[in-house]
Design a protein. Structure first.
Lengths: 101, 200
């Protein structure tokens, strides 16, 4: 996955308009924020693997990086649970037709 | 007037829904012809339509029927309804150029899916990063095996499960399956192109 492609798909996931209703607005905003964090998390994972594959990281750096990613993943699961969001809710590709209305 | 439920979009030269096609709640499926992009729709009692396993299956089965006519449809996500046929037609006309580009992109294609499972070892940072690497390498192996055989691909990760969706020429499906032989992966398809929408 290239960062370029991700940004393009990300643009599609942005709402056409933000709900003005306070309660829904908050949920929409949480979803948007988590979608962005999830995207960055995936980019970081790919980058970390690339760096490890490249052989430029020391054993200590690998452990530290892996631990950071592991914690980020755990934290993300907690946040998803807190906001009642599933992985599908954070999927940047909105399906074949996206929003029709 | 009952609300109109949208199953999928089809090219104007695609066949009509077979008479026996059964939609949501046993309802009939008909074709709504518009200028350049047609739709397979049905009537529903009320909107929004609550998602149930039976209804999602019915939706998917209508889309599969459309795919089986030989002309690849653009599937709608479950639950898209319009107040009337006219409202649906108005949407088609408004998004016409994007929808016809989307149909052109999937013409002659089907979606194939490869599902990979890589256990994530969380016993240490190093073990975790190594398992992420295994997942990434497995995906790369699949992609290199399929090089030249796929038109487009999409990737989705959900913890241990990695889903790779590919847009494949109908004529290349046998070769696609052949190339994946020997890999420890689950392959689904051919199906309708749910993962490949119209370009922006």
């Amino acid at each position: 996955m290239t960062e370029d492609l991700d940004l393009r798909s990300l643009a599609r996931s942005l709402p056409e308009r933000i709900e003005a209703d306070a309660e829904h607005g908050e949920a929409g905003l949480a979803r948007l924020a988590l979608t962005l964090i999830e995207l960055l998390r995936k980019v970081l994972e790919h980058q970390a693997v690339r760096r490890m594959d490249g052989g430029t990281l020391s054993a200590e750096e690998i452990e530290r990086l892996g631990l950071a990613l592991l914690r980020l993943n755990d934290r993300m699961q907690e946040l998803k649970a807190t906001f009642g969001l599933s992985d599908d809710d954070l999927e940047i590709d909105l399906g074949p037709l996206g929003r029709l209305k | 007037m009952s609300p109109t439920y949208l199953y999928c979009l089809t090219a104007p030269d695609a066949p009509d829904p077979p008479v026996a096609t059964v939609g949501l709640d046993g309802g009939a499926v008909r074709r709504l012809a518009s200028d350049g992009v047609d739709a397979w729709v049905g009537d529903v009692d009320a909107r929004p339509v609550q998602a149930t396993i039976e209804r999602i299956r019915a939706h998917d089965s209508v889309v599969a029927t459309a795919l089986d006519t030989g002309s690849t449809p653009l599937p709608a996500r479950f639950g898209q309804t319009f107040g009337s046929d006219d409202e649906c037609l108005a949407m088609l006309s408004k998004k016409h150029s994007r929808m016809s580009a989307g149909l052109a992109q999937v013409a002659g294609m089907v979606e194939m899916t490869v599902i990979l499972r890589v256990d994530l070892d969380t016993s240490s940072g190093t073990a975790y990063l190594q398992s992420l690497a295994r997942r990434q390498h497995a995906a790369r192996d699949v992609s290199s095996k399929l090089a030249g055989c796929i038109r487009q691909s999409a990737e989705k990760t959900n913890q241990e499960v990695l889903t790779l969706s590919h847009l494949v020429d109908r004529a290349a499906v046998a070769e696609y399956l052949d190339r994946l032989k020997g890999l420890e992966v689950k392959v689904l398809g051919p199906g309708a192109p749910y993962s490949f929408g119209p370009p922006e």
